[in-house]
Design a protein around this ligand. Structure first.
Ligand SMILES: [Zn+2]
Length: 347
């Protein structure tokens, strides 16, 4: 299927891309005023051996607007949003309050600290013009388009020279999401974040995802497609954690075949509907699309990982002392039991 993209430069210079199965021919309406420039930077954490990003200007960002003021809805008379068109399929634009940017400056020296510029690019990806939709409510065709757009962005951002690209979604007020309109984000980094490095190096030493799929207990599988599957990982760190993967090793979504993308889309919608059905309430979660960092393209096997935050009706999973202090996750639902309940939840 064809993927069309309509490129638009917003009034403040940010890039807006409208992706779809049909060419977009809309005329842009009024636009938001430029936001005050933020100044982000990185400081090295010597004990964790990780960068910490400081992004002060982000405090000013939009917080839980009423639906009528949603900046991700299409622009209507009297209301100006991020997408100054009357319709779109999937929209991607540069974040108005980016934590990382390509022109980030080197911060002033601070005695005793190792600093770096917060180099990267932050994009917002809006899945649908429908304010009330969600991944669980999107059609398989729209989910396929979303996966294809994730792939297109990963490729563009890698070609721009960024070292690692992470599409992700935070969902739910419970975990601090400020906008309800169905959307995710894509962060491209000019450095290799520690956790991504650890996973990529582990996969470079052994084909861990292929081995996992091959040896997976069938009771952990939620949906087995010909080319892709969804399952509860036997080493899940969160109750009801779900992973999706193509069976063939693919470094990033832009390398998926039509069949693999279609299978993944069906597994994604299916997993989301099961998670929402589990406690009969929208599941708050963090979803990440794990793609190969630069230099790991020949060994990395992409996955989509969903970390849900509800462990029971009205009970949220918090990262507490042992998780924060020691990095040891305590999970009170066995993966085998989580899979049994998710399989029983109606999709
Ligand atoms: Zn909206």
């Amino acid at each position: 299927m064809s993927l069309f993209v309509h490129r638009h430069e917003k009034a403040d210079g940010r890039e807006l891309l409208l992706y779809g199965r049909a060419p977009h021919q809309g005329i842009a309406g009024p636009e938001l005023e430029a936001a005050p420039a933020g100044r982000s930077h990185l400081r090295w954490h010597p004990l964790r051996q990780e960068w910490v990003a400081y992004a002060g200007a982000r405090q000013a960002r939009t917080f839980l607007p009423q639906a009528a003021e949603c900046p991700l809805c299409v622009s209507q008379a009297g209301r100006i949003g991020e997408i100054p068109f009357s319709d779109f399929e999937i929209a991607v634009f540069e974040n108005r309050f980016p934590a990382f940017s390509a022109d980030a400056e080197m911060p002033d020296a601070i005695r005793g600290l190792t600093l770096a510029q917060a180099g990267g690019r932050c994009e917002v990806i809006v899945y649908s013009p429908d304010h009330r939709s969600s991944l669980a409510g999107l059609s398989d065709e729209r989910l396929e388009l979303l996966i294809e757009v994730w792939g297109a962005r990963v490729k563009v951002l890698r070609d721009m020279g960024f070292v690692a690209v992470l599409p992700f979604e935070n969902r739910g007020e419970e975990i601090g999401v400020t906008l309800h309109h169905p959307h995710g984000q894509i962060y491209a980094f000019s450095f290799l974040p520690a956790q991504l490095a650890r996973a990529a190096k582990a996969q470079a030493e052994a084909p861990l995802i292929a081995q996992l799929i091959e040896t997976l207990d069938p009771a952990l599988i939620l949906r087995a497609g010909q080319a892709a599957l969804s399952f509860v990982p036997p080493f899940a760190m969160y109750p009801y954690e779900v992973w999706l993967a193509p069976r063939r090793r693919v470094a990033s979504p832009d390398e998926l075949t039509d069949t693999e993308r279609s299978d993944l889309a069906q597994a994604l919608g299916d997993a989301m509907r099961r998670l929402d059905a589990l406690f009969d309430a929208p599941m708050p979660y963090i979803l990440t699309v794990q793609t190969a960092p630069q230099g790991f393209e020949d060994t990395f096997h992409m996955t989509i990982e969903i970390h849900p935050f509800r462990r029971d009706t009205n009970k949220l999973k918090y990262l507490a002392g042992v998780e924060q202090g020691a990095g040891v996750f305590l999970v009170d639902v066995l993966p085998e039991e989580a899979a049994r309940r998710l399989r029983a939840a109606s999709a």
